[in-house]
Design a protein around this ligand. Structure first.
Ligand SMILES: Nc1ncnc2c1ncn2[C@@H]1O[C@H](COP(=O)(O)OP(=O)(O)OP(=O)(O)O)[C@@H](O)[C@H]1O
Length: 279
């Protein structure tokens, strides 16, 4: 028995009988209201994990449990009620000619009555700060605004987990930060689980846990601070640490040991001040 919201039990997957295994004996759990970052180099199997969670794909070996249901062809429609997915390119996700139509799409598919639907659209656009764009054409929005609308579309169906699959990859640093702040706030406000899939380690700092994938296997499960401290190991598996981690690593080589591994510039400055004041 488990209380986990999502559980992978010895999952192996390949895209065809003559294809190589893309996931090999992968096991992990994710609790309700937990923020888990899944990182790994290109092709390490991250997106495949996302597609397995909402039943776009099924494993050849092992079992996936979402919200108490084993994911299979009989349960996918129930599973998808709990799982909201946002992908890298928002243009590929838009179906409506206005923001309102677009957010309505998932609700119409679920047969939500019109009154309730309009209410939910208002609420979810408000949650991502896009209420003023109700009648705008999605394709004319900025990249960050498009991703907000995509998140609103997912929120409208009241999911229990949101999966962002490289959802900020096409945004500039400001847009990335804004989306991360939005989802961080939503997770707390709505008591959601959040899975962020990325190869950018700057995006893991707020996660409660990090799953590092390498060649289809779980290479490490840990917290962001620990992951940041493994610069050399991460380089071996094709991942580069952000500036603060590289800087702290270089200081350590020079014999300057900081009190804790900094996760951002503010923490780095604090640690440097503390070190300086002890000199
Ligand atoms: N439809 C498909 N058919 C065959 N092979 C596929 C298919 N989709 C993905 N693959 C292969 O499966 C492996 C894992 O792909 P996946 O997209 O899960 O990796 P990823 O870690 O998300 O990569 P990226 O960071 O580039 O998005 C890769 O080797 C990829 O080429």
């Amino acid at each position: 028995m488990t209380n986990s919201f999502i559980e992978f039990r010895n999952v192996s997957f390949r895209y065809g009988k003559d294809q190589p295994w893309v996931l090999k004996n992968v096991s992990f759990t994710i609790d309700s209201n937990e923020w888990v970052a899944v990182i790994g180099h290109n092709g390490s199997g991250k997106s495949t994990i996302a597609k397995l969670i909402n039943g776009l794909l099924f494993p050849q070996e092992g079992e996936i449990i979402v919200d108490g249901l084993t994911v299979n062809e009989h349960t996918i429609w129930d599973v998808r009620k709990s799982v909201g997915m946002v992908f890298q390119n928002p243009d590929n996700q838009f179906v409506g000619t206005t923001v309102r139509d677009d957010v309505a799409f998932g609700l119409e598919n679920r047969g939500v009555p019109r009154e309730d639907m309009l209410k939910r659209i208002d609420v979810s656009l408000g949650q991502v700060g896009m209420s003023d764009y109700l009648l705008h054409e999605p394709h004319r929005l900025s990249g960050g605004q498009k991703q907000r609308v995509a998140i609103a579309g997912v929120l409208a169906i009241s999911p229990k987990v949101i999966i962002l699959d490289e959802a900020t990859a096409m945004l500039d640093p400001k847009g990335r930060l804004e989306i991360m702040q939005t989802v961080s706030h939503l997770r707390q406000a709505e008591q959601l689980a959040l899975i962020t899939i990325t190869h950018d380690l700057n995006e893991i700092t707020r996660a409660s846990r990090v799953i590092v994938m390498n060649k289809g296997e779980v290479w490490l499960e840990s917290n962001p601070r620990d992951v940041f401290s493994r610069k050399e190991d991460l380089l071996q598996i094709g991942l580069d640490t952000p500036f603060v981690a590289t800087f702290a690593d270089e200081l350590s080589r020079q014999g300057i040991k900081l009190g804790k591994q900094p996760l951002n510039h503010e923490e780095l400055m604090d640690e440097l001040w503390t070190y300086h004041s002890k000199m």
